[in-house]
Design a binder for this molecule. Structure first.
Ligand code: HEM
Length: 249
């Protein structure tokens, strides 16, 4: 009698597991077809789609869930990036640490530069894989609205993008000089109309250029209209008209 009960109980558990997997798989097909990225997942629901019980592979980054099934050679069971599926391991995209303990969605300890790198990964997934939903938790609440945490992360990423743009503008206005070093003559800095990788119609003169708020300088090619700026200084011992200067180390 006890044996029979045990067999029934075991059968019931196996059927429940089997039908749960089946339901989840049918749901996966349904939502790919109809929900088009609007579904809200709990962490437990997401954890199902890691390729173990289902052929579907879902990954979350910054709380956004993508179907990466077509990338199974990267994300499938036993593949290099399997850690990313069935969970949100946003931080690992930047740290490159792929242990379970390191695979967290808590990213506020990252620098702004690293957050920008993480956002580049997010943009990569937007381009390469279908978005299928959002993860309820750190980035989205039960109604699919952005959390305070997510807004904070977005603000830091935006600031980092603005800083990158400003740096780029600054490099165009004050292009870096060419530099070479000779053991006898020391360092030489000079300008061409391509120096610093900035192609331009003018050449400019090599000068010490102090970035805003900085006490140190770099060598920049300065155009005529910027020669008088307070942030620009002539190199000692270098003729003001010279396009090439030897500088003391
Ligand atoms: C922070 C460290 C790293 C992260 C987070 C990372 C992440 C990834 C991810 C997510 C993919 C799959 C992209 C897709 O869906 O198409 C990928 C692909 C790949 N990664 Fe990495 N990776 C890292 C470091 C490296 C390093 C150091 C190497 C080489 C030594 C490398 C070599 C590759 C290669 C060869 C592919 C496959 C490209 C292809 O077949 O399309 N990765 N990486």
């Amino acid at each position: 009698m006890f044996k029979l009960l045990f067999i029934f109980a075991l059968l019931a558990v196996l059927l429940a597991v089997y039908f749960n997997d089946l339901t989840n798989n049918i749901f996966a097909l349904f939502q790919l077809q109809y929900l088009k990225g609007k579904h809200l997942f709990t962490a437990k629901e997401l954890s199902f789609y890691n390729g173990v019980n289902t052929p579907f592979l879902y990954l979350s980054i910054l709380g956004n869930i993508f179907n990466v099934t077509k990338g199974d050679k990267h994300y499938g069971v036993g593949q290099s990036y399997h850690i990313f599926v069935g969970r949100d391991a946003s931080k690992s995209f930047v740290t490159g640490k792929f242990s379970k303990a390191d695979a967290t969605d808590d990213v506020l300890s990252l620098s702004q530069k690293d957050l920008k790198l993480l956002n580049n990964w997010f943009e990569f997934y937007q381009k390469e894989y279908p978005k299928i939903g959002k993860l309820i938790g750190r980035y989205y609440d039960e109604n699919g609205k952005l959390t305070h945490y997510a807004r904070q992360v977005r603000r830091l990423i935006r600031e980092s993008e603005i800083a990158d743009n400003n740096n780029q503008l600054n490099k165009v206005k004050f292009p870096p000089c060419n530099v070479e070093w000779d053991p006898e003559k020391g360092s030489r800095v000079w300008c061409t109309n391509k120096s610093g990788g900035i192609e331009r119609a003018w050449v400019g003169k090599p000068r010490q250029y102090f970035e805003p708020g900085s006490k140190t300088y770099r060598c920049a090619c300065i155009s005529k209209e910027n020669e008088k700026l307070g942030s620009v200084k002539q190199y000692e011992g270098c003729n003001s008209d010279s396009e090439s200067c030897f500088i003391k180390d």
